[in-house]
Design a protein around this ligand. Structure first.
Ligand SMILES: [Cu+2]
Length: 259
């Protein structure tokens, strides 16, 4: 039975495996706990009905040893679950150290996701909260006085090349949003005033929904975007076309300003 959406990330299969294993472990622990609970109730009921003395109902030494051994085993199991999941999370960073990562900044705003690419200079331009103005085409508040901001690409769709590691910077403008891409097995909160980091490697081209997993306001239900994984060549073409469009807009603005 597969209850998960199709996976498009490099470490998705390992994450799915760990998720299923952890679910199976906690399921059987739950079943065992219920059985023990019922057995304890039955034992107490039979002791009462046979009018046994209080000493007879006392747990034996063997039972105590079994109890503490089980407790230690369960603690060790939980520690193993914690360590194995953390190791897998950390491994996503080291999967392909030779390939140059794609850098994208993700910003959550009520009720929209914005994706910013640093452009040809590889540097994110400065942003100022007082310059934020979605109606005039500056939803992130890019500061035009910072030259590094001139080639920054702001997009409503997240386009990424297949088989290249991705470094995401997570930000939020207003409230806590949850960046959630089920198809990439990614989920992390975007918190105002903090920059979160997230790494993954998309492998399978296609479209994947980007959701918000935190109830962030009345429009939370429509806070959806799209991740499109394309071939490296298609990605470069898209980047170049966006760069050209931005340079044209900048040139037109400069011309308008000088007149
Ligand atoms: Cu949200």
């Amino acid at each position: 039975m597969n209850f998960l959406p199709p996976n498009g990330a490099l470490n998705g299969t390992a994450l799915d495996h760990l998720l299923r294993l952890n679910l199976a472990i906690v399921f059987w622990l739950f079943v065992a706990a219920q059985i023990l609970l019922v057995l304890a109730l039955l034992r107490r009921a039979s002791a009462r009905s046979s009018q046994a003395s209080a000493t007879a109902a006392k747990p034996s030494r063997t039972l105590l040893v079994i109890d503490y051994t089980a407790l230690l085993a369960i603690t060790a199991l939980y520690i193993w679950m914690l360590v194995s999941s953390h190791r897998l999370w950390a491994a996503s960073r080291e999967q392909n150290p030779t390939a140059q990562p794609v850098e994208v900044e993700v910003t959550g705003v009520q009720f929209q996701w914005y994706f910013r690419y640093p452009g040809a200079d590889g540097v994110y331009g400065a942003t100022r909260p007082n310059l934020v103005s979605a109606p005039t085409g500056n939803p992130l508040g890019l500061d035009p006085s910072d030259p590094a901001s001139h080639d920054d690409i702001v997009s409503a769709i997240l386009i990424l090349p297949a088989n290249r590691p991705v470094d995401l910077r997570l930000r939020a403008q207003d409230v806590i949003h949850g960046f959630f891409v089920p198809g990439m097995r990614l989920k992390q909160d975007a918190i105002p005033g903090m920059t979160g980091m997230l790494q993954f490697t998309p492998t399978t081209p296609g479209d994947y929904p980007v959701l918000c997993s935190q109830v962030c306001g009345l429009g939370h239900y429509r806070m959806q975007a799209r991740l499109r994984v394309v071939s490296p060549a298609q990605f470069e073409t898209w980047l170049a076309s966006r760069e050209t469009a931005i340079l044209k807009t900048n040139a037109a603005a400069a011309l308008g300003g000088s007149q």
